[in-house]
Design a protein around this ligand. Structure first.
Ligand code: SF4
Length: 290
């Protein structure tokens, strides 16, 4: 990644704040920022996100690497909430690779139907489970180079599994992460592998997994694809894309989602008070709103 960036003039900075020299459209713009300055700014954003979302975690529910691998495959083209709704039944019926490899396709399709593309996903899951049984004795391998050879498993899925089920640092580039990395000026690429490399250059490996969760949390709650809530954003001071979305604080607050949404203060308080139980609290709140 180039250490220096080209500036475009424009953009409206909030009074007394950092580096907002970006235009309120398109790619972020940072004037002649050295790699060192970019690293410092990126790490400042990560710290601010850590303060804002001390309860950030993997939003797919799982109890072992196999469950996380399957849940991640199922999460393509749907939400984690939808996947979490069907996985309890799925894993009760098919608790491991051997059981899933022998699944009757029609029965598996019926369970995973709500996640969409269920025929293709059923084929993928049975092929994936069969491969695990044939080549890995039914055990999910803990190496990127092995994981990416499994049917239906790309780098994103592999990094999710490594980072969250094996504790091996990984950067997970999904649609939210890619969008925010570009808005932050951490990359200019649309290619997930290039984004992963660009961002990896800015952070210590020990930070990769939690950084991924925080950035995705921020993308889902504040920095939305179409209407980023810049006026209510905890990293506005260090974001070259400030002004891309609503900058009025009151209007921006109305755009926030999940526990940050107006009216959800009790849920936010609970998450902040009990960060170690965040996944459990989130699941309970999702069940209440179903
Ligand atoms: S919401 Fe925050 S992170 Fe997203 S573009 Fe606006 S200031 Fe940047």
């Amino acid at each position: 990644m180039a250490g220096l960036r080209t500036a475009k003039p424009g953009g409206k900075a909030p009074a007394g704040q950092g580096i907002h020299d970006g235009q309120a459209t398109g790619m972020p713009v940072v004037s002649s920022e050295s790699l060192l300055a970019l690293k410092r700014r990126a790490r400042r954003i990560n710290r601010a996100l850590a303060e804002k979302y001390p309860y950030a975690h993997a939003e797919l529910d799982f109890t072992n690497p196999f469950e996380l691998l399957v849940a991640t495959v199922l999460s393509a083209q749907t939400t984690d909430v939808t996947v979490n709704q069907i996985t309890p039944l799925l894993f009760a019926r098919y608790p491991d690779a051997r059981a899933m490899a022998e699944a009757e396709p029609a029965a598996l399709e019926e369970i995973i139907k709500p996640t969409g593309f269920f025929r293709a996903k059923t084929r993928s899951l049975i092929a994936l489970a069969t491969r695990l049984v044939d080549d890995y004795d039914g055990v999910v391998p803990g190496r990127l180079e092995d994981l990416v050879t499994l049917p239906g498993v790309g780098r994103k899925t592999a990094n999710v599994v490594l980072g969250n089920a094996f504790g091996i640092p990984g950067i997970t580039v999904d649609t939210h992460f890619g969008r925010l990395a570009r808005r932050f000026g951490w990359t200019q690429s649309e290619d997930p592998v290039q984004i992963e490399h660009d961002v990896a250059e800015l952070f210590e490996p020990k930070d990769w997994t939690m950084l991924s969760h925080r950035v995705v949390f921020h993308g889902r709650r504040v920095c939305h694809s179409r209407k980023p809530a810049c006026g209510a954003c905890p990293v506005a001071n260090w974001c070259p894309s400030y002004g891309l979305g609503e900058t009025d604080a009151a209007k921006a607050a109305k755009l926030l989602k999940y526990e940050l949404a107006p009216g959800n203060e009790a849920l936010l308080d609970q998450l902040l008070a009990e960060t170690h139980r965040a996944a459990e609290i989130r699941m309970a709140s999702q069940k209440r709103t179903q």
